[in-house]
Design a protein around this ligand. Structure first.
Ligand SMILES: *Cc1c(COP(=O)(O)O)cnc(C)c1O
Length: 217
């Protein structure tokens, strides 16, 4: 596929939903992808990327940042407390705030550093035991707790269960965001970003449809 086709499909989905294309940010998920593929997307002018692991991002992005200006990095994968400082230095947004302990750690570091990335709170909408995120019934309390910590909460994030209809999860996330007065919705991946846009996504996280399949081998 590639970047221009994904952009075209996003525009079409926005038009169908009566939304403005500039209201949906495309995060190109570059995790595990070879550097040549990432460079090719940078050469096409794209600057907003998502990574799953702090370590992997730290290993590859400084070199790109020397060659390309205005790169914006989003952390979309799990965050451990001992990586929080490094993550806050490297990423403009963190989509995976999923428990009070990490929220408290980020708040402490934000005080010390005098700044904080945009934060999205991850919701385990499918209530899957192996998946990160707070449970749907816990999200209102978690939003309140993060606000009490003065954290810049921009919105909510979810990864629907693979075997379920994603639009139901996107609609649920949109409802939870709306009742908490949050405008950001990080939802939608290669297989379902159009449905996410129809449900109000403000940030779609698209990897393999832009870069090709990931080779974990
Ligand atoms: C890997 C990943 C994506 C991108 O997945 P694709 O199916 O390749 O588009 C999006 N969000 C998260 C949280 C991911 O880990």
């Amino acid at each position: 596929m590639g970047l221009s086709e994904i952009r075209a499909r996003m525009d079409k989905a926005c038009t169908a939903a009566g939304r403005a294309p500039q209201d949906v940010e495309l995060i190109a998920v570059s995790k595990v992808q070879p550097a040549e593929r990432v460079a090719a997307v940078l050469d096409q002018g794209h600057r907003v990327f998502g990574e799953n692991r702090v370590q992997e991002a730290a290993g590859r992005w400084p070199a790109f940042q020397d060659r390309y200006t205005d790169i914006v990095l989003h952390l979309i994968g799990p965050l451990q407390s001992n990586k929080a400082r490094q993550a806050m230095e490297m990423f403009q947004a963190i989509h995976s705030v999923d428990r009070p302990k990490i929220a408290q750690g980020i708040a402490r570091l934000a005080q010390e550093m005098g700044r904080c990335p945009d934060l999205f709170l991850q919701v385990n909408t499918g209530e899957e035991p192996q998946k990160a995120g707070v449970l749907p019934q816990e999200i209102d309390g978690f939003v309140a707790e993060c606000r009490a910590l003065d954290l810049p909460v921009k919105g909510l994030m979810c990864i629907p269960p693979v075997e379920e209809e994603p639009s139901l999860h996107f609609a649920l996330l949109a409802k939870m965001a709306a009742r908490n007065g949050l405008s950001g919705l990080s939802m939608g991946m290669s297989g379902d970003f159009e449905s996410a846009i129809a449900q109000g996504a403000t940030h779609v996280r698209v990897g393999s449809a832009i870069f090709g399949e990931r080779d974990y081998g």
